[in-house]
Design a protein around this ligand. Structure first.
Ligand SMILES: [Zn+2]
Length: 79
């Protein structure tokens, strides 16, 4: 299902998003591949212990083009 309207909510394409994830995993921060500005990091959730998981999420937002990448951070867990 890909019925989201283009232009209203800009997104990275898959390659760009992967690049952001890799850069953030490696360096702890990432730059927007389109604007070459540092993306803002924001932690989401993590306090939902009642749901039985303590998964941490990071949200990277470009302050220029407002594209964002949301992903789970696996920190300190090795499975
Ligand atoms: Zn940008």
């Amino acid at each position: 299902m890909t019925d989201r309207s283009e232009g209203e909510r800009a997104q990275f394409d898959a390659d760009e998003e992967r690049g952001v994830r890799e850069a953030y995993a490696r360096d702890g921060h990432a730059e927007c591949p389109r604007c070459a500005v540092r993306m803002r990091e924001r932690s989401i959730g993590g306090g939902s212990f009642g749901l039985g998981y303590a998964r941490k999420r990071e949200w990277l937002l470009c302050p220029s083009c407002h594209r964002s990448v949301l992903f789970d951070v696996k920190r300190g867990t090795r499975n």
